[in-house]
Write a protein that binds this ligand. Structure first.
Ligand code: URA
Length: 238
């Protein structure tokens, strides 16, 4: 349930009329709240608690679509419930009453960018293979691959009977015996990044998603989230 909102805003959210037209409908005595006609402006109602009607017919608000970028910590599952009782990502985004779900999955031990929304269309658009939405990961891998092995992953490698789509890779730094690598893929096969590096003999030690398209995690602290605006959403598909 959301908090109190102005009646004319609620009428607009229900798709009945623009806010200005809604004011006219109120003034004309066509709107009632909890069975009583309301003609004065400026009253607030609580959606889901107060019953608002237009010409005797009860209205229902369309749920506002919201988008958040979460920096998922390790140890959280991206399913909506977990039979094993492990913590779930939805518990981290406390936006009262709005049912959010994560867009795609991250493994239990993977951290980083995870979009949380109630917009099924956007989720589908991001995940549909034909849209080839890029996902970028930073990963610490065991050892340091040769240029030849990097090229193998870039061009596509046989993974469970199907060649992976072209990927972009860059070795960022070496860390002792190991290497920090950036990889961008647009497929979303289960445990894909880990499997790709295992295939070339450099298992993943740590994995973090840092971007969807050009929408980056930036310096969002682990476990925190921020609301996304329309210009953020556009960056996902760049
Ligand atoms: N690839 C993986 O292997 N794991 C993830 O969590 C995401 C991509």
């Amino acid at each position: 349930m959301t908090g109190p909102i102005r009646l004319q805003k609620y009428l607009a959210q229900c798709g009945l009329a623009s806010r200005r037209k809604a004011e006219q409908l109120i003034a004309e005595g066509l709107i009632s709240v909890d069975g009583k006609v309301v003609t004065e402006m400026g009253i607030s109602i609580i959606p889901g608690m107060n019953l608002v009607s237009f010409a005797g017919k009860q209205l229902k608000a369309k749920e506002e679509l919201v988008y958040y970028l979460l920096n998922k910590p390790k140890g959280y599952v991206t399913t909506l419930s977990d039979p094993q009782g492990r913590p779930i990502v939805t518990s981290l985004v406390k936006e009262g009453g709005i049912r959010l779900f994560p867009v795609g999955r991250l493994d239990l031990d993977t951290e980083g960018a995870l979009i949380m929304t109630n917009d099924g269309n956007l989720a589908q658009r991001i995940q549909h293979p034909s849209n080839e939405t890029n996902k970028t990961y930073e990963t610490l891998i065991k050892g340091c691959p040769t240029k030849k092995k990097i090229t193998l992953l870039e061009n596509g490698i046989q993974l469970e009977g199907k060649i992976t789509s072209p990927a972009t890779l860059a070795i960022l730094t070496s860390k002792g015996q190991n290497c920090l690598v950036k990889i961008t893929i647009h497929e979303g096969r289960k445990r894909q990044v880990k499997k790709m590096f295992s295939l070339i003999g450099h298992p993943v030690l740590h994995l973090k998603r840092i971007a969807y398209g050009k929408l980056t995690l930036g310096n969002l602290p682990v476990g925190s989230y921020r609301q996304l605006n329309p210009s953020d959403l556009k960056k996902i598909f760049l």
